[in-house]
Design a protein. Structure first.
Length: 77
C-alpha cells in the first residue's frame, strides 16, 4: 500500500458508497484513507484532509475514467 497514490478526495462517507462498490466489482485494489475516522466524526474531515481514495499508479487511468463517468452522469431530479 506504500506505493498507492491519492487520486481523489471526498469530504463525507456517503460520497464514496457507490464508488467503493464499482471499484470492488472491477477488482481494482484501493484504499480509502481516513474513512473510519471521518465516519465516526464527520466534522474532522477538514482536519484530516478528507477521505482520500488511493490506488496503485498502474490503475490511475482506469480509475480516472470511472470517476469521470460518475461525474459526467450526475443530474438533478
Amino acid at each position: 500500500m506504500a506505493t498507492f497514490q491519492t487520486i481523489a478526495i471526498f469530504n463525507f462517507p456517503h460520497e464514496i458508497i457507490v464508488l467503493k462498490s464499482i471499484l470492488e466489482n472491477e477488482e481494482i485494489p484501493f484504499l480509502f484513507q481516513n474513512e473510519n475516522l471521518i465516519s465516526v466524526n464527520p466534522m474532522a474531515s477538514l482536519a484530516y484532509g478528507g477521505i482520500q481514495l488511493k490506488v496503485h499508479p498502474n490503475d490511475f487511468d482506469r480509475v480516472q475514467q470511472i470517476l469521470d463517468h460518475l461525474n459526467g452522469n450526475l443530474s438533478v431530479v
